[in-house]
Design a protein around this ligand. Sequence first.
Ligand code: ADE
Length: 339
Amino acid sequence: VIHFAESILRWYDQYQRLLPWRALPGKSANPYHVLLSEIMLQQTTVATVKDYFYRFTTQWPTVESLARADLHQIYHVWQGLGYYSRARNLHLCAQLLVKEYGGKIPEDPHKLIKLPGIGPYTSAAVAAIAFNQPSIPVDGNIIRVIARYHGIMTPLPQLKGEIEQWAHQQVVPKRSGDFAQALMDLGAMICRPHNPLCLDCPVHGTCQIYQNGDPKQIPAKATKKPKPIKMGTVFVYSNEKGQVQLRQRPKKGLLANLYEFPGTTWEVAQPLRINEAVLSNNFIKHTFTHFHLYLIVTTRVQPHLVDETCFWVWPDELSHYALPTLMKKVWLKALASHK
Ligand code: ADE
């Protein structure tokens, strides 16, 4: 373990990426910069984050200024980074830091994790990088580096838990912030997902997968079970005036609050029924995270509302309603079947 950390740190001292939130050698990092960058990096690449980081720190150079900022202005500068709940939580986080900690970011990961938008990864990252606390943040890069080094063939997502366990059991090197960032940089530059540069890696001599296998085998792919197929019928009903029926989906669950053409519930289908639908040609296919859906599209002129939640809409007003992609496909199918 000593050998591993020492080799990685020596490599980092020579090859680390120059990133705007990192301290110069011998200097300590600005905790606000570390916190801000780690929140931005949660779902976004280093390359994209750099510009946003500059804009944020120019406009709001301190936790206090960010806490006082107008949320809409924050959203505006955040535009393009995606996952906007991060921007909202960041604002709440800054306000809480001012209220409860006098604008100072706490060093203890157990305090950090209670702040809005900060989970196990970010709390460990900020504690280590800003304050040299002995914690190891487990992100995708670190999972890959450690799993390959130890030859752990467990597939994702279970692998993440195993690496988190590994992280808890480590005696973390004194330079814990550098150690964490060294693993991140190694993962990004050398121990890359597709074309790892093993010959340039400082620890290939003791790397289990390099010595005994192919690095690309890790992280192992889970044998994923096939998605079930569901089926239903959707009614694109219009009245004599040419309006169509629409309704709003429930507040919770799949496609929450979005609008839809009314229809039956979607049930797991027998293969025979799928053939019927395919032969009839009046169906659309759509894939969700957890199932495939075949929807038979029926169109007809019909003056009654299917249920009391339905209402009539002019076709050229459909664009005013938030229709999911699925329902856009249904509408296009309905139009095509009229020709
Ligand atoms: N990804 C997330 N945080 C990072 C950091 N501090 N350095 C490099 N890559 C990162």
